[in-house]
Design a protein around this ligand. Structure first.
Ligand code: B1M
Length: 208
């Protein structure tokens, strides 16, 4: 019998093939897909998120674990979709207009996927209207990432465009030059300094 903890541990070690094998085995043994997701993959990614936040591990380890998460999800996702199991929310995330930095944005996206969110990656150099479209199309959260002091100022315009459209989508912002003060100043619902905190903030905003 496959232990869900073994899936979590293989994920933390970044063993993508092992994760795939164990997830397949768990499903063959009729363990509920939701349980495999929550107590295997998400549990493992949660631990990775905590370690990253405490600086016990660094970006390469997170990326390797995320690749293992993807490997497991490639088997689970079609089954979850078929069973109509709802993800806990939808995040649309992108790096703001004029900005091409995407490493931090990708980490945030991976952490959200790891936490059981559906993620729409809007890419880099994203104009306000693309965020607005994602919100209108049903994103619960919109995530804005910026790495340049010259591009972070564009975040305000995105928030204004979302307000003008009358969407209830909550905006989370982050990136090296961004601060909580700036988030307060431009009326963002949330700010996070790192990818793991971004997920915590997102969950909190959705529960309000
Ligand atoms: Co650029 N770059 N870069 N760069 N680059 C910085 C940001 C810079 C600080 C370097 C420096 O001068 N010391 C500087 C910005 C100065 C400023 O404005 N304050 C800079 C500059 C000036 C530039 C160019 C203008 C250089 C030039 O061409 N003259 C140019 C701009 C291009 C453009 O965007 N239009 C440029 C280009 C590039 C590369 C293409 C070469 C490359 C990007 C590759 C890529 O992303 N695919 C690059 C890189 C790699 C960097 C540095 C070295 C590293 C950035 C990074 O990936 N960090 C960076 C210097 C540095 O930071 N040490 C620098 C790792 C990443 C995990 O961290 O993105 O901060 P970060 O994400 C964190 C948190 O911020 C947070 O979570 C992540 C991790 O937990 N977070 C969020 C991020 N987004 C979030 C969203 C959230 C919540 C949290 O909610 C939605």
């Amino acid at each position: 019998m496959v232990s869900l903890n073994a899936i979590s541990e293989a994920l933390q070690k970044g063993k993508a093939d092992e994760v795939k094998k164990l997830v397949t085995q768990a499903l063959e043994e009729k363990i509920a897909p939701k349980k495999v997701l929550e107590e295997g993959l998400i549990a493992g990614m949660d631990i990775i998120g905590g370690r990253f936040k405490r600086n016990e591990i660094y970006i390469p380890e997170v990326l390797i674990a995320a690749r293992a998460m993807h490997a497991g999800m490639s088997i689970l996702e079609p089954i979850l979709v078929k069973a109509g199991i709802k993800m806990i929310g939808k995040l649309a995330i992108g790096t703001v207009k004029g900005d091409l930095h995407d490493i931090g944005k990708n980490l945030v996206a991976m952490m959200y996927k790891g936490a059981g969110f559906e993620v729409q990656d809007l890419g880099v150099d994203v104009p306000a209207d693309k965020y607005v479209k994602a919100a209108v199309d049903g994103a619960d959260l919109v995530g804005l990432s910026a790495l340049l002091t010259t591009t972070m100022v564009g975040m305000k315009g995105v928030i204004e465009s979302l307000k003008e459209k009358g969407t209830k989508t909550k905006v989370i912002i982050g990136g090296a030059p961004v601060t909580q003060n700036y988030a307060d100043e431009i009326g963002a619902a949330g700010y996070a300094a790192d990818a793991a905190s971004a997920v915590e903030i997102g969950k909190k905003l959705l529960s309000k």
